[in-house]
Design a protein around this ligand. Sequence first.
Ligand SMILES: NC(=O)c1ccc[n+]([C@@H]2O[C@H](COP(=O)([O-])OP(=O)(O)OC[C@H]3O[C@@H](n4cnc5c(N)ncnc54)[C@H](O)[C@@H]3O)[C@@H](O)[C@H]2O)c1
Length: 393
Amino acid sequence: MLGTGLIGTFYTMSLHGLRSRDKVVNVFSRSEERVKKFASDYNIAKWSTNMLEVINDPEVDVVVVGLPNNLHKEAIFAACDAGKAVLCTKPLARNADEAWEILQKVRETGVFHGYLEDLVYTPKHLKAHASVENGAIGKVLWVRSREAHPGPHSDWFWTPDISGGGAILDLGCHCIEIGRSFIGKNIRPVEVVCWADTQVKPIAAEDHAIGLVRYANGAIGQFEVSWCFRGGMELKDEVAGVDGSIRMDNFLRTGFEMFSAPGKKGYVAEKAETETGWIFPVGDEVHELGYNDMFADMFNAMENDKKPLEDFYDGYVVNAVMDACYKSAKTKKWEAVELKEWNGLEDVEPLTAFVDYDKDHYLVKEEVLPDGRKKVILKVKTSGEIIQKVTNV
Ligand SMILES: NC(=O)c1ccc[n+]([C@@H]2O[C@H](COP(=O)([O-])OP(=O)(O)OC[C@H]3O[C@@H](n4cnc5c(N)ncnc54)[C@H](O)[C@@H]3O)[C@@H](O)[C@H]2O)c1
């Protein structure tokens, strides 16, 4: 385990689980005091302040990268050189060029690689995704994914040279992959338009952004990210299909609400702003954030010589979409998503699918009005005229 910060903690909690057979055998952190405490808290036999020593430990089969974004490449390269499987947190890199270099390195060295995009493994996402795949809501037209909170917990996130960017890079990477997951990872993201601004915080990066990603079949992925949202951490997704829709709260408002006048005393949930009054704990945070199913998929894939649901190619595509977002935020225009390699479909059918009403008409829609009448809106096939039929008058 490389890193003993917030994500190193969640990952270790998940890996050790209740009675897990997976084990963190060695842990790296730059601070001796912190790494010793971490090893003791999570019953990890070995620790080091030397990253290479941990990676090269013969007992280590898999390197998990939970370090600041500027260190992902260095850590992954070292894991590749040691011939170890490597799992990296999000975002894969600070930009698509760096992600591409990483992708080439894992391919050249032939190591197993997994992209730890936990939010496409949340229990709600997995269930919703399976329903979408089964055709429960028809073809997906629009996905909205929102992650917003009062800002990250460490200095390096706020320094673009280290992090690579602001809220887009930190949170947009999740939302973009959630959109891709529902729309179809074999459908090419073609272009983006994005607004980004530094509304509140005294920083060089954006603290708030909204973007649209247009896919080759006409579907739209919408993301909303903020580092200045007050009240905790929102993780909300909505999916609209031709035949149905889904909406999910993965965090904050999950149906668990507590009022505490004296205060809960201590940690409530990630990015919670208060422990008094109305608070929103999360039942099993590690599970509800997707970490358990994510690591299960990674290790099952590794053991069965398969690709995990998310690998470094996915991380690369997400970085490429984010690069286009940064460009669009500057030019205020739609900008192409530039991919050096596209592994998905080349020709896709547009989403448009006219529904026959009868041999002469297409159905536009039908609706029962407040007075009980039913209206059917139709398009005449020959003339293209839009007409309505009213029944039950
Ligand atoms: N849901 C998620 O998937 C999720 C959530 C949070 C963070 N992350 C990602 O995890 C990574 C780490 O984020 P975090 O929240 O754990 O950060 P953090 O600040 O809590 O921890 C960072 C860790 O890296 C170490 N570190 C910092 N600077 C270093 C340096 N110069 N050299 C060596 N080690 C250094 C720190 O000591 C600490 O162990 C980031 O890439 C972040 O985007 C992912």
